[in-house]
Structure formats: structure tokens, C-alpha cells
Design a protein around this ligand. Structure first.
Ligand SMILES: Cc1ncc(COP(=O)(O)O)c(C=O)c1O
Length: 459
């Protein structure tokens, strides 16, 4: 069979790659939802690889017009990656220097891509309260002020971000569906995409289109407790020591008709399934949006026309969501084969960082656990300590100090084992000195066990 020659149409050369931003196609998810009409908008086909090309270009053009960014100036931004890529691309194509502040947990592929565009990078700890001067946004704001000719793009507060979606993403979807769209599904990072696209679609349809916010379960946007989640660049995490939390200025809650919260496991397994069943290699937040869209379509029936925005490609997450090793070690996949550690999952007693040694000692003694996890959670944090990131595992010998001193916190977090691993796999990578380990399921603490207990599993 010869392939249909449908693309043999000459496209005139573009003057700049910036002319290629936007205009992304919709593709029907025919294999995932054969009985429904669900379309994915492939934002990874933007030249910089994500939906953020739109906001990046729009913010720069706006700043050039207002004079905030002058020839030879420096574009500065705090970004978890994609906005940086979009801005780095525009900076290179228009002759600016670019300087980015990123959380130190950002996937290494994203850092390398920024460097390839000639961008300069500053890393800052991921887990800092908003008030900390080294928090990504505070740090970038300071750098922009201190840099000669510096201009802060400020995707969280810059009206050009939602505005470009009102002018481009919304109309593109309306036209591509011939005005038939009934539901828009999108994730929320800054909120620019859902706010601008949603506002346009509400207006043009006279309020008929429903705007659905797809959000990680624990994200604060959709009413979650703000505890950590595994999906990069979508949702809203609240650091336990953050005193007053704020949502981005560009985000308009009132544009969202309904939230659908999606567990990390479902987001990640959906992203993996899209690659295998549709040939779409997408990132984790695309999994969140697609999972929500499939649910909306199942509920709404055959007349619904659902459009999900898929923000970026899976190429940046080959070592995360698309890695079998990673999903097993994080416990997002543990029911597909015999012999995984899923059966060892249990409740865990933990203490927040800053707890006194005396209190920790009695907590450990009454828990019956071989060690006590010390976690990143405040006494006043909105989420339960067990949902916090594990900073260390304390044995009774670690708690020999004065009772009123704070518990010691190791400088590097302990290596956990995943509920998707087998005991033999886990043992193979634990060092010979390991005595106690913590178990991770769904990216969260889900048990504390001795290496002896693990060996017993191998039999
Ligand atoms: C991968 C990914 N998903 C989702 C989003 C959310 O988009 P927005 O900031 O427009 O809400 C972003 C934004 O950076 C992103 O990079």
C-alpha cells in the first residue's frame, strides 16, 4: 500500500522560526476513545517544543513594543523549563542574552536544551517557601533588577501570557472543530493557557463550551492540600513553610466551570499509553489533560466534542514518566507483574523536620518501625506529614542526643525502593551498608523496612 500523498503541498519558507509558533493541529484520539470524539491539541509541535512558545514570543514582542526590553538586553525568568525554552529560542532568534533561574529538580534534559540555545542558568533549591529570597521567582526578580538591560518576563503576572491564548489557541480550536467543541480540558501551571483559551471559547460560544481544569490530586488549584505531586509544570504546590500562598495573577479561577483531579499514577500511565496506542510521545501534564478528557467524554456521551491541550513532548521526560525503571522505583507501576513490593505497603509514622529528639524517640519506640522518617512538612502545613518529602531515616542510634535538640537531618535524602520493584531488583542497587529503607508508592512514602525483611522476600 502506498501512503496517501496528502502533505505534498509546498509551504513557502518562513522568514523566522518565530513565524511558526502556534497553529498546532488537533488529532482525534481514536484508539483511546473509539466511541467518543476526543481531540488532542499537539502543542509539542511548536518549534520550541511546547505550548509556552506562544507566551514566550508574545511577552517578548509586547516588551519590545513597550520599550521594557531594549536591543542588546537580557531576558530573565524563573521557570521550570518550557517557558525558558520558548524564551531562549526567541532570545537567540532576536539577539538577546537569556538568563534563567530553575528549581534544582528540573529534568536534566531540559537544562541541557536551555544551554544548547546559549542560555545561562542558575539553579536554586526546589523546596523553598515563597518568602525565601532564593525561591525561583524571588531570585529571578532580583537578578533582573541587578542585570544591566535586564527584563523579567514574569509569566505569572504578565497579561501577554493569557492574552496570546485568547488571540490564538482559542480561535484555532474553534475553527478546527467548526465551532462544535463542547468541552475544553487543560492543565494549569501559570493558568495562562486555560484562562485565555477558556475566555475566548466561552465568549465565542455564548457560554456553551465547558472549561475543565485538569489538576493533580494534591494541587491546590483543584482544592487539594498542596502536598508534593509528580507532574512537572502543572498544578500548584504549597511549601509547608509558606505563610501566605497566592495563585498567579494571570490565572482566573472564574473561567473554570469544573475541576477534574487526576492522580499522578493515572496521569503518568495515560501519558505512557498515549505513546503506545496513539503514537503520541507526550509529557506528564499531557497525561493529566488526556486522562481528564477521556473521563469527560465518557460522562458526556456521544455528542460531546472534547478538546484536550497537550502542552509538551515526552522527549524531555524519557528518564522519568517514560522510563520503566523510574515508574517502578517511584511506585507508579506495581500491579503489572508478579513479585513486586506492592504487598509491603503500610502506614508510616513520621516526624516533621524540627521535631525534638525526645519526641522523635518516643514516636519511633511506639511505632514499632525499624526507623523514623523525618519529612519536609511543617506543624502548620496543610498536608499530613506522611505526604511530605522524606529527608532522612532516623534509627534509635541517631536519636541519642539531648532530648530538646531538633532531630538531625542528613544532607542527602535516603534512597527509597519502589513498590513496582521486586525485592531482588531493590537489593541489587542498595549498597552493602544499607540496613533500613523506605518504600515508595505513587511517589510517596509507603513503608519502612529492614534490608533483612527485603532479603526474606527473595527467599
Ligand atoms: C509541561 C507543561 N504543562 C502545563 C503547563 C501549564 O501551562 P500554563 O502555564 O499556561 O498554565 C506548562 C507551563 O509551563 C508546561 O510547561
Amino acid at each position: 500500500m502506498t501512503a496517501p500523498d496528502r502533505r505534498a503541498v509546498a509551504t513557502p519558507p518562513a522568514d523566522s522560526l518565530l513565524a511558526l509558533v502556534g497553529g498546532t493541529p488537533l488529532i482525534r484520539l481514536a484508539r483511546s476513545a473509539p466511541a467518543a470524539e476526543v481531540h488532542a491539541k499537539l502543542e509539542y509541535l511548536n518549534p520550541g517544543g511546547s505550548v509556552k512558545d506562544r507566551a514566550a514570543l508574545a511577552m517578548v514582542l509586547d516588551a519590545e513594543e513597550s520599550g521594557a526590553l531594549r536591543p542588546g538586553g537580557t531576558i530573565v525568568e524563573g521557570t521550570s523549563g518550557n517557558t525558558g525554552l520558548g524564551l531562549a529560542q526567541v532570545a537567540a532568534a532576536r539577539g538577546y542574552r537569556s538568563l534563567f533561574v530553575l528549581p534544582d529538580k528540573t529534568a536534566v534534559e531540559k537544562l541541557d536544551a536551555l544551554k544548547a540555545y546559549g542560555a545561562e542558568i542558575v539553579l536554586t533549591p526546589s523546596a523553598l517557601p515563597r518568602e525565601d529570597p532564593d525561591h525561583v521567582i524571588a531570585y529571578a526578580t532580583r537578578l533582573a533588577k541587578e542585570t544591566d538591560g535586564g527584563w523579567l518576563a514574569d509569566q505569572y503576572g504578565n497579561p501577554a501570557n493569557p492574552d496570546v491564548h485568547r488571540r490564538t489557541t482559542g480561535p484555532e480550536i474553534w475553527e478546527a472543530t467548526g465551532g462544535r467543541i463542547t468541552h475544553l480540558v487543560a492543565t494549569i501551571g501559570t493558568g495562562g493557557t486555560i484562562t485565555g483559551t477558556g475566555q475566548y471559547l466561552h465568549e465565542v460560544s455564548g457560554g456553551r463550551v465547558q472549561v475543565v481544569g485538569a489538576d493533580p490530586v494534591t494541587s491546590a488549584y483543584g482544592g487539594g492540600d498542596g502536598s508534593p505531586f509528580a507532574i512537572e509544570a502543572a498544578g500548584h504546590y504549597i511549601h509547608p513553610e509558606t505563610a501566605t500562598d497566592v495563585f498567579p495573577d494571570v490565572y482566573r479561577r472564574d473561567v473554570i466551570d469544573r475541576f477534574l483531579t487526576i492522580a499522578d499514577r493515572e496521569s503518568i500511565l495515560t501519558a505512557r499509553a498515549l505513546a503506545r496506542t496513539e503514537g503520541l510521545l507526550v509529557g506528564g501534564s499531557s497525561g493529566t489533560a488526556a486522562a481528564a478528557a477521556l473521563r469527560v467524554a465518557a460522562e458526556a456521551g456521544p455528542d460531546a466534542v472534547v478538546v484536550a491541550i497537550l502542552p509538551d513532548s515526552g522527549r524531555a521526560y524519557l528518564s522519568k514518566y517514560h522510563s520503566d525503571t523510574w515508574v517502578r522505583r517511584q511506585g507508579f507501576l506495581d500491579d503489572d507483574r508478579e513479585g513486586t513490593l506492592a504487598g509491603l505497603v503500610s502506614d508510616v509514622v513520621t516526624v516533621p523536620v524540627g521535631t525534638s529528639v525526645g519526641e522523635a524517640r518516643s514516636a519511633l519506640e511506639s511505632s514499632g518501625q525499624p526507623a523514623l522518617p523525618v519529612v519536609l512538612a511543617g506543624r502548620s502545613s496543610r498536608f499530613s506529614p506522611a505526604a511530605g518529602e522524606v529527608l532522612g531515616l532516623l534509627s534509635i542510634a541517631d536519636l541519642a542526643g539531648p532530648a530538646d535538640a531538633a532531630v538531625p537531618v542528613p544532607s542527602t535524602p535516603p534512597v527509597g525502593i519502589g513498590s513496582g520493584e521486586t525485592a531482588a531488583e531493590a537489593l541489587e542497587r542498595l549498597g552493602p551498608d544499607a540496613e533500613v529503607v523506605h518504600l515508595v508508592r505513587d511517589g510517596r512514602l509507603a513503608g519502612v523496612l529492614t534490608v533483612g525483611a527485603l532479603r526474606a522476600q527473595v527467599g
